[in-house]
Design a protein around this ligand. Structure first.
Ligand code: NAD
Ligand code: IPM
Ligand code: MN
Length: 359
């Protein structure tokens, strides 16, 4: 059966990096037997400009019909002044929520060739392989009430609600336990249970389901300590499970251990196997239009898409091997290069990965 892949380039560097994913997928279709069609739709600022909404109904229909979705990135300063419901980021939150994509997998893997590109010492990061499970459709990102208001004394205030149901905690917890049991057998749950009731419940639920996974060793850390441990000794971690906001912050931090935020892919999965795949980084307006963005996080997101939504594990391995070969040959985008003048641009890196696919 032909797989339907929906491509959502988004804003700023989004279309530049998704163009490389398109070329990679096209090569897999033409030369490696991938049976897929690519469709395109608007999400984010480009959707606001073209259709008046950051997550238009037409995009939603295509997303619901697709087997998998690949997103570039959304957002940019020109849309920051819009009312919140028209913001590009709201479009992203809405597609995650509408499709029930509660499990966000963010692997932070250091390619051996990049050990000198990390901001930490080689002995601290060599061999790093962490998987972060971020809860993606709940927590403070979605809690009600939220808003802006003016107090009786005339001072304005902004407010948000951090709420987690035991059901939401349990389903991300079980997904993370299952992944840990297939990997290194260690799961660290990150919360702020010393201060927050939502975290007290989080810890209680994680502890209560642990006996169902006897081969997994569960530990708990407060988020402030977890942030410190990630840069002190990141290799102590195997799988990390945490809430929406903590996961957002910790995954950018983990990204830097791998050399650049331009290296980190992600998968956002529902309960069935449909997924949205995107780099962890944003739309990088500061470098857009120059053809210098690192496309590898997006190409590695294509590998995750092949593995998790299309059941094409062998093709996913092939893409990851190709990325490894390009890096082993010393080819780097400017964010990773010691001498940015010698670096390859977005298109050249995309070409290099396609050319490095094994025959
Ligand atoms: P960002 O991740 O876009 O950029 C942070 C820094 O990393 C910038 O200096 C940027 O140039 C660099 N960078 C990011 N991706 C890179 C790549 N592939 N290659 C080389 N360098 C790269 O974060 P930001 O600046 O805080 O946000 C910019 C916009 O992106 C905002 O509108 C934000 O809301 C949005 N955003 C979107 C997503 C998403 O779509 N999933 C994620 C994060 C931020
Ligand atoms: C991410 C981004 C998004 C998030 C924003 C753009 C809504 O930072 O995917 O990490 O906070 O989830
Ligand atoms: Mn983020």
């Amino acid at each position: 059966m032909t797989h339907r892949i929906l491509m959502l380039p988004g804003d700023h560097i989004g279309p530049e990096i998704v163009a490389e994913a398109d070329r990679l997928l096209q090569a897999l279709i033409d030369d490696y037997g991938l049976d897929a069609t690519l469709e395109y739709a608007h999400l984010g600022g480009c959707a606001v400009d073209a259709e008046g909404e950051p997550f238009p109904a037409s995009t939603r229909r295509l997303a619901e019909a697709a087997d998998a979705i690949l997103l570039g990135a959304v957002g940019g300063p020109q849309w920051d002044g819009l009312p919140r419901d028209k913001r590009p980021e709201t479009g992203l939150l809405n597609i995650r929520s509408a499709l029930g994509l509660f499990a966000n997998l963010r692997p932070a893997i250091l390619f051996p060739e990049l050990v000198d590109a990390s901001s930490l010492r080689p002995d601290v990061v060599a061999g790093l392989d962490i998987l972060i499970f971020r809860e993606l459709t709940g927590g403070i990102y979605f809690g009600q009430p939220r808003g802006l208001r003016t107090r009786d004394d005339g001072i304005r205030e902004g407010f948000n609600t951090l709420v987690y149901g035991a059901d939401e905690i349990e389903r991300i917890g079980r997904a993370a336990f299952q992944a840990a049991s297939r990997r290194g057998g260690r799961l660290c749950s990150v919360d702020k249970a010393n201060v927050l009731e939502s975290s007290e419940l989080w810890r209680e639920v994680m502890t209560s389901i642990a006996p169902d996974y006897p081969d997994v060793e569960l530990s708990h850390l407060y988020v402030d300590n977890a942030a410190m441990q990630l840069v002190r000794d990141p290799k102590q971690f195997d799988v990390i499970v945490t809430g929406n906001l903590f996961g957002d912050v910790l995954s950018d931090c983990a990204a830097m251990l791998t050399g650049s935020i331009g290296m980190l892919p992600s998968a956002s999965l529902d309960a069935g196997g449909r997924g949205l795949y995107e780099p962890v980084h944003g739309s990088a307006p500061d470098i857009a239009g120059q053809g210098v963005a690192n496309p590898l996080a997006t190409l590695l997101s294509v590998a995750m898409l092949l593995r998790y939504s299309l059941d094409e594990g062998a093709l996913a391995d092939r893409v990851e091997r190709a990325v490894g070969r390009v890096l082993a040959a010393g080819r780097r985008s400017p964010d990773l290069a010691a001498d940015p003048a010698q670096a390859l641009g977005t298109r050249a890196m995309g070409d290099a990965v396609v050319n490095a696919l094994d025959r």
